[in-house]
Ligand binder design. Structure first.
Ligand SMILES: [Zn+2]
Ligand SMILES: [Zn+2]
Length: 189
């Protein structure tokens, strides 16, 4: 049995949180960590009790959805709400933070930002992090830990089987592959 690393453990947590996002334009998750302990988490979502983008559509201004509070800010606000210090803490985010979140993270005393995916990485954000002495490092989630491309894999395999069928491959064999793919990619056994 191979033990999961701290980086992968915290990044997986952020990817799980991202699945709770209520704005489909970008599903983001963030986990704030202090001394190897998770102290807060957040995802991209509306204010508590507010309407959700997934139900009522996005509220767009200049092609930006303004309905949601970003994952990083939600995680920081959770700390503010419950009086948990963020000074010297680290954050694991699924995407490179936007300018507003970058500023908030710096002001809250976050010292390390680990992000999984590049996302419009703004040069001013990079400059501010550098000036503030905040370490920024990419930590990609290993697919073995949390399969975030399950749907894509299923679709890809279905397409391959369709092509095989079109080329006149043995029907029985294709059926066997299809059963196997369903067992691998879905919870049906
Ligand atoms: Zn939205
Ligand atoms: Zn943001």
């Amino acid at each position: 049995m191979e033990r999961i690393s701290w980086h992968q453990y915290f990044m997986a947590q952020s990817h799980l949180l991202a699945l709770r996002s209520t704005c489909t334009r970008l599903m983001v998750g963030a986990t704030i960590v202090r001394d190897k302990r998770i102290i807060a988490g957040g995802y991209n979502g509306s204010i508590s009790g507010g309407k959700h983008c997934i139900d009522d559509g996005c509220y767009l201004i200049d092609n930006h959805c303004v309905r949601t509070v970003h994952a990083e800010i939600n995680a920081l606000l959770q700390c503010a709400k419950f009086g948990v210090p963020t000074e010297g803490a680290e954050i694991y985010v699924t995407h490179f933070p936007c300018l507003n979140c970058s500023k908030a993270l710096i002001q809250a005393g976050i010292k390390k930002v680990y992000y999984a995916q590049d996302y419009k990485n703004h040069e001013f954000a990079i400059e501010m992090f550098h000036q503030a002495g905040v370490t920024v490092e990419q930590v990609e989630l290993e697919e073995m830990i949390l399969d975030t491309k399950n749907k894509e894999k299923l679709l890809f395999t279905a397409e391959l089987l369709r092509q095989l069928e079109a080329k006149g491959a043995d029907k029985e064999m294709i059926e066997k592959f299809r059963d196997e793919a369903n067992k691998l990619y879905t919870s049906s056994s």
